[in-house]
Design a protein around this ligand. Structure first.
Ligand SMILES: *Cc1c(COP(=O)(O)O)cnc(C)c1O
Length: 405
């Protein structure tokens, strides 16, 4: 039986996969069962920041596996402590909670925000009543953006401001409100004393590659400061160098109070993180939140190696330069079906006036992997190590496909 046949028979059908099985990767290339070579502009959905087969990451993983690869959070491990120190030293945050995915990192941020709101209201109005009549006044509303994406758990799918991800799963989590992305007025209209946090991606990824306007993020910061509300950035996709700085908020000069990471952090191993400033992090006490696998030493060892490699090689420069180059080359295609090209660093979208499904399949047939973001947007999120020559190679294939439309 083929891998595809076995998987289709025994794995739940939650994905519509391409008919392709990869067995090996090297640099920015993947190889299929028949030895076919594919240039990868998807990087495992913005995950494989260093491409495939990075020696430093593999060595870090192998070393740690030989030492110990799980202890639980009942005990300390060095890779976890080292990673928390590194992430906070390179950012404006003080503390980290480790999870295993983007959705889980956002769950942690969500719970931290609710706890912050709870403590804030409790301090303001106290608890009253006893027994069944005992009531704690809440401050539980969270404002999220339309067209956003924050994950597939029940809380994060509720934060996700797109009904197509929510259909069939009601009742959703209570007290989530939706504002228009890049529209401060629509956020202001939702503010009241029950709001504890505002959640947003600095560049909407799955929603179609929409960067936030600088005035929007600055305005959110002001609203949050004025009202004692937490500003939370979901940097699961934009973080770890993807947009030309280690964290996307650094491009804007707007500091959130809480920030979530996952995709690029482990270089391919599953890890998520929720970073927070002290005043917010302090809302969690022992027992409030946990994860059996969170902070796994092998995943953390990989993340340490990924960060060292990105910083030592100054890949930020590569992301900025080659992001610009990729954007220019896309514009140079002069495809009449392309309506807009936008993005930041190596997170670029090309919006078409047609569905892109066909283009993606035809590129795959010719040896180029690309993904969509919604029905009409092609998303370019190659490994951060990509060179101009490799970009030229991909653009040549895409150009062939587009000219045959
Ligand atoms: C991918 C993504 C998530 C979800 O991450 P998972 O690891 O799939 O749970 C959350 N937020 C953003 C912005 C993402 O791009």
């Amino acid at each position: 039986m083929l891998v595809k046949e076995i998987a289709d028979k025994y794995v739940m059908s939650t994905y519509s996969r391409f008919d392709k099985t990869f067995v090996r990767g090297e640099g920015v290339y993947l190889f299929d069962e028949a030895g076919g070579k594919y240039l990868d502009f998807t990087a495992g959905i913005a995950v494989n920041a260093l491409g495939y087969g990075n020696k430093r990451v593999i060595d870090a993983a192998c070393y740690q596996m030989n030492q110990v690869f799980h202890t639980s959070n009942l005990y300390y491990t060095a890779p976890m402590a080292k990673l928390a120190k590194k992430l906070t030293e390179k950012s404006c945050f003080d503390k980290v909670f480790f999870a295993n995915s983007g959705a889980e990192a956002n769950e942690a941020a969500f719970k931290l925000a609710r706890k912050y709101g709870f403590l804030k209201k409790e301090a303001a109005c106290g608890e009253y009543g006893t027994g069944d009549t005992r009531k704690i006044c809440g401050c539980s509303k969270i404002i999220s953006m339309k067209n956003s994406f924050h994950g597939r758990t029940l809380a994060t799918v509720t934060l996700t401001g797109q009904s197509k991800y929510q259909k069939g799963f009601s009742p959703l989590v209570a007290d989530i409100l939706y504002a228009e992305f890049n529209d401060l007025k629509s956020v202001e209209n939702l503010i009241d004393e029950e709001v504890c946090a505002i959640f947003t991606e600095p560049v909407q990824g799955e929603g179609g590659l929409y960067p936030a306007n600088i005035d929007f993020l600055k305005g959110l910061r002001e609203i949050c400061d004025k009202n004692g509300i937490l500003l939370i950035f979901d940097e699961v996709q934009t973080g770890i160098g993807r947009t030309g700085e280690l964290f996307c908020y650094q491009n804007y000069g707007v500091e959130p109070d809480i920030l979530t990471l996952a995709k690029g952090l482990g270089g391919g191993l599953p890890i998520g993180a929720c970073l927070a400033k002290d005043f917010a992090a302090e809302c969690f006490s022992p027992g409030d939140h946990a994860s059996t696998f969170g902070g796994n030493p092998v995943a953390c060892a990989c993340a340490n190696a990924v960060l060292d490699e990105i910083i030592d090689r100054d890949l930020f420069l590569n992301v900025k330069e080659n992001g610009k180059y990729l954007m220019e080359r896309l514009k140079g295609l002069r495809c009449p079906n392309i309506k807009d090209i936008r993005g930041l660093g190596l997170m670029i979208g090309a919006e078409f006036d047609i569905e892109v499904k066909d283009i993606i399949q035809k590129c795959l047939d010719k040896g180029l992997l690309i993904i969509g973001a919604g029905k009409n947007v092609l998303r370019f999120v190659p490994p951060l190590i990509i060179t101009k020559d490799e970009i030229d190679e991909g653009i040549a294939i895409l150009g062939e496909v587009l000219s045959a439309l």
